[in-house]
Design a protein around this ligand. Structure first.
Ligand code: UGA
Length: 442
């Protein structure tokens, strides 16, 4: 298809990945954000988020990309405008749509048909309400399409180029056709639906993935009690093609800007509609409890944590991002401080964010600095850099050589051979190594 001018509203993860992706497909893209510093930085070629390959791609297509504070500029010649604004949780657990409404209320009439494409995650029924508001404002010439995003942080660009599916939900067939045409060069399956179903596909997809994680975490917790090894169990279960191997990594629980928010939004949406979504309520509760289980493991090895130094390693909610939204580290740091522990922390990229968010925690510049004199090193996020944790430098630096592996990142035999006691998630006592048994208590 010929290059088409595109507008993107919101220069967050989704907006920037979408803008870079469409620029890469040859389109001219104007990105509008309401934060002046963000627009200035992006215009100067600085990318305010850590996403592999994003800065390079934005730089490569600089001449096709424009960043602005003005909505008019993003709409100027664009026939298709992607809405990529934040929809955070409110206190009630519902999605806060104020940024979406602001966009709708700012829109002026247009002569040429404009298609507004909702990429932000919204509750089912939001499209219907937007359509009504547009009609009430006499904006019948503005079409509305739901095109949920399935990008995961850390792999957003690869997910854009090679999606499992593209979902296009529309009120008017022709609007959906225009959005479908934009994605056609990717050669991926495109599913055309009504708007409500497209909205539900997004929420149900994230709920399904969150459910798998809480499921495997509960299996892991039972494994610990009955002497099975979750790593073997997950491999064996995942080989069944009906189950599949993905999202069966047991650990400290899911975090991030999506699963917690979307699970809560779907549970709330169901409740608001008169249905108690019992399974999802349990998925959320299991995840909350899972984050805290490592504190019991620390206590089991060290006794009282009062005065003990714990090194929190990996602070972003997952590797290859500096995003700390809903990261387990945000729960663990205050929990450990409340137990009387001294908490040091380290992350390969999220150090700056952590300094602002982890009150009362010393954020170290290097891994070795974080473990110096520590009684335990706690792996919260499976950054590849942490694979080298069980080494003599770290062992010599720590007061008590104990590693609690909240992500089952390390090979237990290698950790023991390097002279550490070891705790992990869902591993039998034959695999973990207690400080006492290993004669390592200081
Ligand atoms: C997730 C979905 O994977 C995307 O498809 C979706 O588009 C996105 O949410 C969104 O709604 O915007 P993301 O939150 O970036 O993407 O990251 P994931 O890789 O899905 O991981 C989410 C959390 O689950 C992380 O905390 C991760 O550590 C955890 N996780 C993941 C596990 O604990 N175990 C697993 O097996 C997989």
């Amino acid at each position: 298809m010929p290059a088409e001018p595109i507008g993107v509203l919101g220069a967050g993860w989704v907006g920037l990945a979408t803008a870079a992706g469409f620029a890469d497909l040859g389109h001219r893209v104007t990105v509008r954000d309401v934060v002046p510093e963000r627009v200035t930085a992006l215009s100067a070629g600085e990318v305010p988020i850590h996403e592999p390959g994003l800065a390079e791609l934005l730089e490569r297509h600089r001449e096709r990309l424009r960043f602005t504070l003005e909505l008019d500029e993003a709409l100027e010649s664009a026939g298709i405008v992607f809405v990529c604004v934040g929809t955070p949780s409110t206190y009630s657990g519902d999605a806060d749509l104020s940024a979406v409404w602001q966009v709708i209320d700012e829109l002026a009439g247009c002569e040429e048909r404009l298609v507004l494409v909702m990429k932000s995650t919204v509750p089912v029924g939001a499209g219907e309400r937007v359509r009504r508001r547009l009609d009430d404002r006499g904006l019948e010439n503005v079409g509305y399409v739901s095109n949920p995003e399935f990008l995961a942080e850390g792999t957003a660009l690869a997910n854009f180029r090679n999606p499992d599916r593209v979902v296009v939900g529309s009120f008017a067939e022709a609007d959906g056709d225009r959005v479908e045409a934009l994605y056609a060069p990717l050669g991926s399956p495109i599913l055309r639906t009504d708007v409500a179903s497209a909205e539900m596909i997004k929420l149900a997809s994230n709920a399904a993935l969150a459910t798998r994680i809480s499921f495997i975490n509960e299996i892991a917790n039972v494994c610990e009690l009955v002497g099975a090894d979750i790593e073997e169990v997950a491999r064996g279960v995942g080989l069944d093609r009906r189950v599949g191997p993905h999202f069966l990594r047991a650990g400290i629980g899911y975090g991030g800007s999506c699963f917690p928010k979307d699970a809560s939004a779907l549970k709330q949406l169901a409740a608001n509609s008169g249905y108690h979504f019992q399974l999802l309520a349990s998925v959320i509760e299991v995840n909350e409890l899972q984050k805290r289980r490592v504190v019991q493991k620390l206590r089991g090895q060290l006794g009282s944590l009062r005065g003990k130094t714990v090194a929190l390693l990996g602070l972003s909610f997952k590797p290859h991002t500096n995003d700390m939204r809903e990261s387990p580290s945000l729960v663990l740091a205050p929990r450990l401080l409340a137990e009387g522990a001294i908490v040091r922390a380290w992350d390969p990229v999220a150090g700056e964010e952590a300094r602002q968010l982890l009150i009362g925690v010393e954020v170290a510049a290097t891994l070795l600095e974080a473990v110096e004199g520590a009684d335990a090193a706690l792996i919260v996020t499976e950054w590849p850099e942490l694979r080298k944790l069980p080494c003599s430098d770290v062992r010599d630096a720590m007061r008590t050589p104990l590693i609690v592996d909240g992500r089952n990142l390390l090979d237990p035999a290698a950790v023991r051979a390097a002279g550490f006691a070891y705790e992990a998630i869902g591993r039998p006592s034959a695999v973990v190594a207690r400080l006492d048994e290993a004669g390592l208590r200081s």
